[in-house]
Design a protein around this ligand. Structure first.
Ligand code: SF4
Length: 499
């Protein structure tokens, strides 16, 4: 994925973007990956898979294929459908092996050489890699590599993986690959391609998801099951934490090159990132989100006339809340799905109106009502302020804000775009201050144990948490080498801005 350097500038530009893009005030997944081995339509299938994973990243997309002789690559800024729906583009990607990647949109300039899959010609042959996650020692490794003479082309931590494989002294490719993996810390779900193999790898904690599927006898790797559904493939299993799967003409082989660790996948996949029709670790995301709403109703019920979701992400939890509380569910906010980021708003006054571009109040179900407004999470709170104001302007008598996840208090270092801690509303405000800032009559978040109950656990085990949940708890499951060495971060941030 893209390396979180130059964060201050990005945070600033994202804050400006909040003025007109309600979705900017959310945590964002930064990447989705896909790979297929042995299918004559490999590129077209990968394009479809990436299309289903578009919610994981909208800035850029890329596909690398191999046709037995040559690797071909197409990497573009923009949406998958903008570039990979044309027959001409797919024709430029021949071969029966492919890897693909989508990445999240930043507002800063996009550097095309960061767009994945990254590709390098190594002593062992061509090597392409697509990465979902973030290496917490990516900058440390990068500095060591540069000190040792490596020339980095982009600002991506994924590039470190190419260098580590290239510089390994091991003879066989898989030995090199595993030696490289063993130097990485943080979150990675990788899909890689060589001239003989499709390789999937998941970090020892299993923070970001990765699944194995099958279509027409061909193996597929993808971030989520929705990418299998779109092509009619069937789900085989999740790739395990710390597992490397090697797919070749000889079939599939599973390698476990790390000491065994307990899996702790990211719980936020259930809260927001994953598509509701995906099944993540055996749990249907839509059902889990409904459970979150039901738990929230049990924990913080309030007398009201209607339950109104903030669309689209608040809808399943609002359905669960309405069912559990017996209060009717109503679509009190209508979302316009045809608003793109390309709409340039020339003045502040027009930008202030921007929230209504995507969301508008359905006055007929709001006016004179006591409403329970349901959203999945609060990051900075800027959008929540506007939506509550919109409800009041539409005549709501009372607005009770309910959030189907706990307060986000800590930044992510595992591949999710979060503002700095001081910009996370819940990190710097008491509950009453949050209520006052947002302008609602009451506010309540789901408790951390309520979230765990919603995903099917009895409660969070503080000694051995079942999930990675540190945006809520501050309990980081891996070392944070880069963060501990901030001088180094600054130095490389300048490098990033110059590129
Ligand atoms: S901070 Fe942890 S729980 Fe939150 S999104 Fe990131 S990996 Fe997931």
């Amino acid at each position: 994925m893209w390396m979180n350097i130059g964060t201050k500038a990005q945070a600033g530009s994202r804050a400006k973007q909040d003025a007109f893009d309600p979705d900017a005030d959310r945590l964002r997944e930064e990447c989705g990956v896909f790979g297929i081995f042995g299918h004559p339509q490999a590129a077209a299938i990968t394009a479809l898979g990436l299309h289903a994973l578009q919610h994981r990243g909208q800035e850029a997309a890329g596909i690398v294929t191999f046709d037995g002789k040559t690797f071909s690559s197409e990497r573009r800024n923009g949406l998958v459908g903008d570039h990979f729906s044309s027959a001409a583009t797919i024709a430029r990607l021949p071969g029966n092996m492919a890897v693909g990647h989508v990445r999240y949109a930043t507002t800063g300039g996009t550097i095309l050489r960061n767009v994945q899959p990254l590709f390098a010609e190594l002593a062992t042959g061509g090597f392409a890699v697509a990465h979902n996650g973030n290496l917490t020692n990516g900058l440390t490794l990068r500095r060591e590599l540069i000190a040792g003479g490596a020339i980095c082309q982009g600002t991506s931590d994924t590039e470190v993986m190419l260098h580590l494989v290239a510089r390994s002294r091991k003879a066989r490719f898989m030995e090199r690959y595993i030696e490289a993996l063993q130097q990485l810390e943080g979150a990675y779900s990788l899909v890689s391609l060589t001239n003989k193999k499709l390789i999937g790898a998941r970090d020892p904690v299993g923070i970001r998801p990765l699944v194995l599927g099958e279509l027409d006898g061909c193996y597929i790797l993808a971030s989520e099951t929705c990418a299998l559904d779109i092509i009619g493939a069937h789900f085989i299993r999740d790739i395990e934490n710390g597992e490397v799967v090697v797919i070749s003409e000889n079939g599939i082989e599973s390698i476990k090159p790390f000491p065994a660790r307990v899996m702790r996948p990211c719980i936020f996949e259930y809260v927001y990132f994953a598509r509701p029709d995906s099944v993540v670790h055996g749990r249907n995301v839509y059902e889990i989100r409904r459970n979150m709403g039901a738990e929230l109703a049990k924990e913080s019920g309030v007398d009201a006339d209607v339950v109104v979701p903030v669309p689209d992400s608040g809808v399943p939890a609002a359905i669960g809340y309405a069912r559990a509380s017996g209060i009717p569910f109503e679509l009190g906010i209508i979302r316009n799905h045809y608003v793109g980021r390309t709409f340039i708003q020339p003045t502040q006054a027009i930008r202030e109106m921007g929230v209504r571009m995507k969301h508008s109040a359905n006055r007929s179900v709001i006016e004179g009502k006591r409403i329970i407004l349901l959203d999945d999470s609060i990051v900075r709170g800027t959008t929540s302020v506007k939506i509550v104001r919109m409800m009041r302007e539409a005549g709501a008598k009372e607005v009770h804000f309910r959030i189907s996840s706990p307060p986000i208090k800590y930044p992510d270092f595992y591949g999710i775009d979060t503002p700095e801690r001081e910009n996370l509303l819940a990190a710097t405000h008491s509950m009453e201050q949050i209520r006052e800032y947002i302008g609602c009559d009451s506010i309540a978040f789901l408790s951390i144990d309520g979230l765990y109950r919603a995903v099917g656990e009895q409660k969070r085990n503080p000694l051995q948490p079942q999930f990675t949940d540190h945006c809520f708890t501050g309990d980081y499951p891996t070392p944070l080498a880069d963060i501990e060495n901030e001088g180094q971060l600054q130095k490389l941030a300048m490098l990033a801005e110059a590129s």
